[in-house]
Structures are given as C-alpha cells and as structure tokens.
Design a protein. Structure first.
Length: 301
C-alpha cells in the first residue's frame, strides 16, 4: 500500500506540472476552456473474464462484484468541446466465484474471491456539448475514451471449501498470495501451508486496456463543476501469472497454480486425458460502474 501511495503522489506531481493560463473564452464570464483539476471516485462491478471459467459446469463466476476506486484527475480543455485528461487512481479489481465439486446436492461447495489492487493511470480524450449561443449553460453532456496502464499493488486469492458432514458442515479456508498457500480450519487454526517455489506476485504486475464512458457535467459555481459519468474499463492483458508454482498442501507435489486447473480452483484430473496440453486461456479484467468527480478551473482571470 505504501508503494501505491508513492505512485499516486508521483502521478499528482505529473498532473499538476502544467502551467496556468487564462481560462476565459472570448468575453464570456463562464470558463469553457482551460485546465480543470479535481477529485474523482466511484463504484463498479468488477470481474475477470476467462473462457474456461465461464463455460465450467462446476463453477459460476458471479456477475455482481461491487467494489470502489478513488483518486485525482486533470482535464485540459483546448476548445469548448474537446479536452485531454489524465487520472491517477487507486483501483480495486477482481472477481467472485461459487461452485460445487459435482452435480449432487451432497457434494462439497466452494466460494472464492480474487482481490486485485492497482495504481491506475488512464489517459482520456474528452468531448462535451457546447452551444456558442448559450456558453453559460450549466448542463453539458460528456463522453470520453482512452487507454490506461495499471501497476499491481496487492493480489490475493481467498476461497472456502464447505464439506457436508451429517447435520453440520466442515469449512476450510484457503489463502493464496505472494507468501504462498495457507489453509485454516473453521476455528482459524492453520492446518497446512506451503511457500512459493518461484517467489513473486501471484498476478502479473502490469495491466493495460481501455476506458470509455459517458455522462453529464453540471456547473455549480463559476469555476466549479460536478460530473456524473458511467464508465467501462476493459483489460487487454492476462492478469494471472501462469508461471507461479507452489507445492500441493496435501501431497507436497509441485504444481503450477493457474496452469494446472481446468477452471478456477479445480485441478485437472486424469479424466481429461494423459495427453492433455495445459492451455488455460487468458484472464482479463473488466468493470462497469459510475464515477463522481468535482473539478475546478485554475488559471488567471
């Protein structure tokens, strides 16, 4: 988390390095060009798309996985309708899963979650409506799109296996992160643990993709606006570090945590066939949500 704060501080320094200039547009009192600085935050439903997980009969990725983000932003409006903006965000991503080990009602069930935290930097092309006959209009329509790059700060897999036992259920919790794989019983006591064979993060450090959105901007005061925008973020890279290896908690056998699974949390079995080639497809971040921003024009009257 300290690394994330340092990244955000460096990003803020970059965003605020622009020199101030006159924000007035012709002889109108209301600014429509110039530079806006502000804070932005919101919520979204995050997910990780993997074809095998989506088609699995054992596990169902949950559609809704609500989380949040926040940070700062800067938009420089070069004309009354076009601008270029940057954001520096602390961004939460990941996914949730539920499933059974087979189709019988008495089979063990599983609930899991992948939690990813990034320092995220989108670069956005902004467009907004403008009426030159009414430049003081308070409400404008905004759209934006552009690429982003994100640096992984934290990554962790957490899941629980629930095994029916008579009238009760025996729960075992598993945690997989950069320290290794750890199992605890329902009382919180550690029952097994193993370290990574090749130490490092359990997810790829860099994620990049595209951001797009549309919404409205309302002028509160002469220099201050508030924006409400719906946004979608689509990743282009594989977030799973396919090369991470760990010892099996029960047998001590070395295996590839992500590559040796047929779907999330389910190991490959002999039923797949001895000649089965490990080919788990890429897993990409995606999210859909909304953001609220408060921005102010800075410049010289």
């Amino acid at each position: 988390m300290k690394k994330g704060l340092l990244v955000l501080i460096a990003s803020v320094c970059f965003l605020t390095s622009d020199a101030q200039f006159n924000y007035g547009y012709k002889n109108d009192d209301v600014p429509v060009v110039g530079t806006q600085y502000g804070v932005v935050g919101g919520g979204h439903s995050a997910g990780i798309y993997n074809r095998d997980d989506m088609e699995s009969t054992q596990l169902s990725p949950e559609i809704m996985n609500f989380t949040y983000f926040g940070g700062v932003e800067r938009i420089r409006w070069y004309t009354p309708w076009f601008g270029l903006g940057q954001q520096a965000l602390l961004w939460n991503a990941g996914a949730k899963y539920t499933g059974r080990f087979d189709t019988t009602e008495s089979s063990p069930t599983l609930t899991g979650a992948t939690r990813l935290t990034y320092a995220k930097m989108p670069v956005l092309f902004w467009f907004k409506s403008f009426n030159r006959y009414n430049p003081e209009r308070r409400l404008r329509v905004n759209t934006f799109f552009g690429p982003y790059i994100a640096l992984l700060l934290e990554a962790e897999e957490d899941y629980r296996i629930m095994v029916p036992s008579g009238d009760t259920t025996i729960n075992t919790d598993f945690t997989f992160n950069g320290s290794g794989l750890r199992a605890t019983d329902q009382d919180g006591n550690e029952v097994a643990s193993s370290s990574l064979i090749n130490p490092g993060p359990v997810a790829n450090i860099i994620d990049w993709g595209f951001t797009m959105g549309a919404g409205i901007e309302m002028r509160l005061w002469r220099k201050t606006v508030v924006g409400l925008t719906l946004r979608a973020d689509l990743g282009m890279t594989d977030v799973e570090r396919k090369g991470v290896r760990v010892n099996d908690l029960a047998t001590g056998v070395e295996y590839n945590y992500y590559q040796d699974i047929s779907a999330k949390y389910f190991n490959l079995t002999s039923a797949v066939g001895p000649n089965y080639e490990q080919n788990r497809p890429v897993s990409r971040n995606y999210s859909f949500g909304a953001q609220l921003s408060i921005r102010k024009y800075f410049g010289v009257d």
